[in-house]
Design a protein around this ligand. Sequence first.
Ligand SMILES: C[S@@+](CC[C@H](N)C(=O)[O-])C[C@H]1O[C@@H](n2cnc3c(N)ncnc32)[C@H](O)[C@@H]1O
Length: 316
Amino acid sequence: MSSPAFLSPLFVYDQQKTTPEQGFFPRAQLFDGVDVEIGFGLGEFLVRQACAHSNRYFIGVEQIWERIYKTLKRIQRAQPYPNNISLVALDATVLFEWLIAPRTIDRIYCLFPCPWPKKKHIKHRLFSRNFLKLLNNRLRLNGTIQLVTDDEAYFQWVREETKEVGFEVETRMVGPRFATKFERKWTCAGQEMFFEMVMTKRDHQEVAIKKGEPVKAYTIDKRFNPQGMTFRDVVGGEITLVFKQWLFDARYQRGEALILVAEPGMEQYVRVAVIKKEEGWRICRARGQRFFPTDGVARAIEEVYRQIATEAGQEG
Ligand SMILES: C[S@@+](CC[C@H](N)C(=O)[O-])C[C@H]1O[C@@H](n2cnc3c(N)ncnc32)[C@H](O)[C@@H]1O
């Protein structure tokens, strides 16, 4: 059997076609269970697991595109082709918050997560109490998280974070046995034992799946000069908006602002349309794009409206 297209395992988010209730990974329902690997790196463990357990479905989440690309190549080379893997190019928090329904996952793996050893970087660490609560909610009862790290201080920190978030925790020292890039890195540097933690879900925690709100549209009934319009970035708060481009087509009386929306755990590019209508200028999401309808996106559209309203002398 020939393998499907190179990019087939890559998950594509389309909020307009799928809802959390329908499930963002519909193929997963055809399998006996669902496992997730966080930060799969070069995909060595993920692809081996998927090949060894063809009755289960594997979702891998990773942020670095070069590593995702190498994993796609690894999947393509695997014999027989594993048709039970989805790769998600997102922050793991976004995956679990928006795309995975409560009580649907059996096992979560994370091998050698970034330990962020400096004190001022602790806020970047995954496996904080809040993240563990989120994972607890998405796991089935008795589902597990297996975490392996080379870093003792990080291990102790996670151990503290696991308190009162519904897990029974077992810890032990293990030798190298996952054959991943980072395990090899530490083994070559002389480390012979690693810290393993297995968290088993015993009590359920409530964390709702994020859905966002339908994004609002605005109308301005005053005159403004779209050709001369310049937008100011919004910086300093939880949400940052960087205006990358403003294009205006005089013939169709239609403009589009391209905005980088950065907010905790997520960065997205959003296009906001400004279109001349009989009743005035309509400001709304541009057609044909996919994004998570976050507070940042709502703010971006509102900001285009406010800045045009100010330019036009209308209260924004
Ligand atoms: C130290 S590497 C370990 C990679 C692999 N597990 C291994 O053992 O070789 C940690 C990986 O986690 C990924 N990562 C870190 N934070 C992440 C997050 N919030 N969501 C998804 N992946 C993340 C990094 O991009 C990196 O590839």
